[in-house]
Write a protein of this length. Structure first.
Length: 483
C-alpha cells in the first residue's frame, strides 16, 4: 500500500483557529458565569425523562459544530450535575472546587502531559507537591508519594506496600498463598468501606479485616484493638496492618492516632491513616493539634479534592519508606529503559511507585491551588467549615423539634427531626430537601437510627445556608407528620 498525500486526513486541530478561539472564550465565560452565579441555582434537580431520553444517541459518525455540542452541554449536562459546587450541598464528603483549580485543569489539558515518567517539569511539579505534603504532615523529606484518583486507590497502594513489607519481594512473584501466612488487618467499625474493598482487591479478603469497636465518640477502642491483635497472633494469624481514620465519613471522629501508633509499634504492624478529608486539617492551626500522631504513620491516604477544594480528582498517597514503596511496584521493561540524561532521565519515575503507567497532570491544579490561595487561607476555610458545624449543632440544641445524634468533632453533623416513625420520616425529609434544591444533606445510620447527615466541606457555605437547612427541615418535617 502506498500513501498518497490525498489520503492524509486533516488533523484534529481546527483549520480556522480564530473561530475556535472565540468559541473557547465563550465556553470559558459560561463556566465562570456558572461559578459566579452558583447561588442563584438549585443545589440539585432531577433529570427530566425527556432530557435523559434525548441524550441517548447513536455513535456520531459525522462531525458536529463545537458550538452546537457546547449548547447541548449547557442545556442537558450542566444543569443536572450533582451540585457539589453549590453552597447548599452537604451530602457525603464532596469538595466544592474553585475557579483557579478549573483554570489549572485547562492548562494541564492543553499541555497533555503524561506523568508516568521521563525528565519533564510536570513531574517536578508533582515532586514539589510531595515535598509540601511531607512538610505539612511532619514526614521526612525522603518519603515518597503520588497523586492518584482518590483515597480508595491510595489505600490500595498502602495495603500493597504493607503486604510487601511483611511478606517480602517473593509475594510479587509467588503470590500470597506461597507465604503460608494468614495476614490480618485492623480498622474501626466507623472506617470507610474502601478499606475492606482494598483488602479484597489486594487478595487478602475482607474477612481478614477486623472491625474494632468504637467508644461513645465513635473513635477506635485501642484496648479492643490490642486484644484482637493478640488473639489473632495466638491463633496463628499474622497481623500486619492497622488503618486509623482521621475524620470518619459518618461522624467526623478522629481515632486516637498516637495510641494506635503505639499499638502498631509494640506489635510491629504497619500504621496507616485514612485521612481522606481530615488529614488536610493540618492546614488549620486550630485543628492540627488534634491530628497529633499523623506524623508517625507509615502511610497516609488523603484527597485534595475534599477539604483541599481542588477539582476532582486529586487523591494522594504518602509512604514513609521510599525503598519499600519502590520495591512494591517497580518493574523493569525494555521500552521503559532509563538513561542518566536525555528525555529518559530523571529516574525513578512516578510509574515506579504505583499501578498506573499513563498518568494525568493532577499535580498542577493542586499546585495552583496552594500557590494562589496559600496554605493559611485554605486552613481558614477548613476551620470555618468546622465553625459552621458547631453553629448547626447549636441551632439543633435550640430547636426542640430536632435531635443531635452524634458528637460534632469536625465538620459533620448528624441529627434528625423528632417524631413517630422517625426513620421513614427523616429519610423522606432528606429526599425532599434534595428535591427542593435548597440544601442537600445525605443519610446515614447511627446506632440503628436514620440520621440526616450534613458534611460541610464547601468553601462557599455560610451561616445563611445552615439557617436555610434548619428552616427547610422543620417545614418539611412538619408537613410530613401532618400528611
Ligand atoms: C471519601 C472518603 C474515602 C474514599 O475516598 P475517595 O477519594 O472517594 O476514593 C475514604 N475514607 C474517608 C474517611 C472518606 O471520607
Amino acid at each position: 500500500m502506498t500513501i498518497s498525500p490525498d489520503t492524509q486526513p486533516d488533523t484534529l486541530d481546527p483549520e480556522d483557529w480564530p473561530t475556535l478561539r472565540e468559541q473557547g472564550h465563550r465556553m470559558l465565560d459560561d463556566m465562570l458565569d456558572y461559578l459566579e452565579q452558583i447561588r442563584s441555582r438549585p443545589v440539585w434537580q432531577p433529570i427530566p425523562d425527556a432530557v435523559r431520553a434525548e441524550f441517548r444517541q447513536p455513535l456520531p459518525q459525522q462531525p458536529t459544530d463545537l458550538a452546537t455540542v457546547h449548547e447541548t452541554f449547557m442545556s442537558s449536562i450542566l444543569p443536572y450535575a450533582v451540585g457539589n459546587t453549590h453552597p447548599g450541598f452537604m451530602g457525603w464528603v464532596h469538595g466544592g472546587g474553585t475557579p483557579v483549580g478549573m483554570l489549572a485543569e485547562m492548562l494541564a489539558a492543553g499541555l497533555n502531559a503524561n506523568l508516568g515518567g521521563r525528565d519533564q517539569m510536570p513531574v517536578e511539579v508533582e515532586r514539589q507537591m510531595l515535598r509540601w505534603v511531607c512538610e505539612l504532615f511532619g514526614f521526612p523529606d525522603d518519603a515518597s508519594g503520588l497523586f492518584v484518583t482518590g483515597t480508595s486507590m491510595a489505600t490500595l497502594i498502602a495495603v500493597l506496600v504493607a503486604r510487601h513489607a511483611v511478606l517480602g519481594a517473593e509475594v510479587r512473584t509467588r503470590g500470597i498463598a506461597a507465604s503460608g501466612k494468614r495476614l490480618t488487618a485492623y480498622t474501626s467499625v466507623g472506617a470507610h468501606g474502601c478499606i475492606a474493598k482494598m483488602m479484597d482487591m489486594a487478595g487478602l479478603g475482607t474477612d481478614a479485616l477486623r472491625m474494632i469497636p468504637v467508644n461513645s465518640r465513635y473513635e477506635m477502642d485501642t484496648t479492643a484493638l490490642e486484644q484482637t491483635i493478640a488473639a489473632d497472633r495466638a491463633s496463628g494469624h499474622t497481623p500486619f496492618f492497622i488503618a486509623a481514620t482521621a475524620g470518619t465519613v459518618n461522624t467526623g471522629a478522629i481515632d486516637p492516632l498516637n495510641a494506635v501508633a503505639d499499638v502498631a509499634k509494640r506489635h510491629g504492624l504497619w500504621f496507616h491513616v485514612d485521612g481522606a478529608y481530615g488529614a488536610l486539617a493540618m492546614l488549620a492551626p486550630e485543628i492540627a493539634p488534634r491530628l497529633a500522631g499523623l506524623e508517625r504513620a507509615d502511610s497516609v491516604a488523603f484527597d485534595f479534592h475534599k477539604w483541599g477544594q481542588v477539582p476532582y480528582d486529586a487523591g494522594f498517597v504518602l509512604i514513609r519508606d521510599r525503598k519499600q514503596h519502590f520495591d512494591t511496584f517497580a518493574s523493569p521493561a525494555a521500552y521503559l529503559r532509563r538513561e542518566t540524561h536525555g528525555m529518559a532521565g530523571g529516574s525513578p519515575w512516578p510509574c515506579d511507585f504505583g499501578p498506573d503507567l499513563s498518568r494525568g497532570f493532577r499535580a498542577l491544579k493542586a499546585w495552583f491551588t496552594l500557590q494562589v490561595y496559600g496554605s493559611e487561607k485554605l486552613g481558614q476555610i477548613i476551620a470555618h467549615t468546622c465553625e459552621l458545624a458547631q453553629y448547626l449543632r447549636l441551632r439543633i440544641a435550640q430547636t426542640p423539634e430536632l435531635e443531635l445524634l452524634a458528637p460534632v468533632s469536625l465538620n459533620i453533623v448528624c441529627f434528625r427531626f423528632r417524631c413517630n416513625d422517625a426513620d421513614r420520616v427523616n429519610a423522606a425529609i432528606i429526599v425532599a430537601l434534595q428535591e427542593s434544591g435548597i440544601a442537600a444533606p445525605s443519610a446515614t445510620t447511627l446506632d440503628g437510627k436514620l440520621a440526616i447527615r450534613a458534611a460541610i466541606v464547601n468553601h462557599r457555605t455560610n451561616k445563611g445556608d445552615i439557617d436555610a437547612l434548619i428552616r427547610a427541615t422543620l417545614e418539611l418535617g412538619t408537613a410530613k407528620i401532618r400528611s
